[in-house]
Design a protein around this ligand. Structure first.
Ligand code: F0G
Length: 353
């Protein structure tokens, strides 16, 4: 009876969803804020990681998906569709399975991580690989939902942001107030918009006394919010944020402007290096895109910016096990040693001799 109920039940009064909508839930949310000794020591700030890889399907998408699928089912949907770089499709497929409706997934051919693809397939999705990027997939998804009886659950569906804003509530509920800064990766720009919505609402309700500056980080090869122009051919190893024309562009710009925040672009090398350091120094394994906020903090500080004395929350958006291929690329062909089953050989290989 004391189990966490999932974000729809935990925060129902604060969500704009039809009254009495039954929750389709896998008990998402309630994710840990993990203190980073490494980043706190490095910056002189108190740095907390909101570890969203701890959600049921391994990413923050579950927060929005429990809300979107609950409402879709309540309104009679028998099938749901989304475009995805992988995580949205994994999440949608799981919640559709739970609800007993059909998931249809549109993904860019060859550009989604193996773990995410496995999730969508195992959860029973009809997976359609599109010769085109995420932005093309989203256009297709809109078209399918327009022409056929399938509900669109990308973050252009406002119910998604309702679910995702609960992450801000959890941060404030845990810290006792909003942080000074909130850093996170940005792709289709739904999440930064949802966080800002949540922080504003808690402030307006008097739950918090301040609002954070929102700092969003993109990959250099897919940085439309930084340059102000869509990227027709977005490219990055952080495939989750390989988005050239974000659907929530306007909302995200408003979030940055109203919070006195900003967007910044990072190289793939900065992102992948942050991923490796976070894993080896803090014990937190995230997928490449998910390390963009950490890479951003490091880049800001290297560039002379000070976070000293402030409270910083960084959302690490998805689990490292989603994409082990990219994770291991940085280590060359072989980092393990192969030895005979012999104590001395093992000791030598371990560097103990
Ligand atoms: N981090 C991860 C791991 C993601 O999967 C995404 C988005 C983001 C960050 C960026 O969030 O789009 O709200 O700005 N993934 C989408 C997907 C595009 O299809 O799974 P955003």
């Amino acid at each position: 009876t004391h189990q966490w109920r999932g974000v729809v039940e935990e925060y129902r009064d604060l969500l704009e969803i039809p009254e009495g909508t039954p929750a389709v839930t896998l008990r998402e949310g309630g994710t840990p804020l993990v203190h980073s000794e490494w980043l706190s020591g490095h910056t002189g700030a108190e740095v907390w990681l909101k570890v969203e890889g701890d959600n049921p399907t391994g990413s923050f998408k579950d927060r929005g998906m429990t809300a979107a699928i609950s409402v879709a089912v309540h309104e009679g949907a028998k099938a749901v569709v989304c475009a995805s770089t992988g995580n949205t499709s994994a999440s949608m497929a799981a919640y559709a399975a739970k609800a007993g409706i059909t998931p249809i997934v549109l993904v860019p051919e060859g550009k989604i991580a193996a773990g995410k693809m496995a999730q969508a397939i195992l959860h029973g999705a009809k997976v359609i690989m599109v010769r085109g990027n995420f932005d093309a997939c989203l256009q297709l998804a809109r078209g399918l939902a327009w022409d056929h009886p399938v509900a669109l659950v990308n973050s252009v569906n406002p119910v998604r942001l309702q679910g995702q804003k609960t992450a801000s509530f959890e941060v404030v509920d845990f810290l006792g107030d909003a942080p000074d800064f909130h850093l996170l990766p940005v792709g289709n720009a739904g999440n930064v918009s949802a966080y800002w919505l949540g922080y504003q609402e808690y402030f307006d309700l008097g739950v918090s006394t301040r609002k954070p500056r929102m700092r969003g980080f993109q990959a250099e090869g897919a940085a439309p919010l930084v340059t102000g122009e869509p990227f027709p051919d977005p490219e990055t190893k952080a495939t989750a944020i390989r988005v050239g024309n974000p659907a929530s562009w306007k909302l995200a710009e408003a979030a940055a402007q109203e919070s006195e925040g900003r967007f910044r672009a990072l190289s793939d090398e900065q992102i992948l290096s942050a991923q490796r350091e976070l894993a080896s120094r803090d014990g937190v394994f995230v997928e490449p895109a998910s390390a963009a906020g950490v890479a951003g903090l490091l880049a800001d500080v290297a560039g002379g910016e000070s976070y000293a004395g402030s409270t910083v929350v960084i959302t690490v958006t998805g689990h490292g096990l989603k994409d082990t291929v990219t994770a291991l690329e940085g280590f060359g062909p072989m980092v393990e040693s192969v030895v005979d089953a012999d104590v001395n050989a093992a000791a030598e290989a371990a560097g103990l001799l």
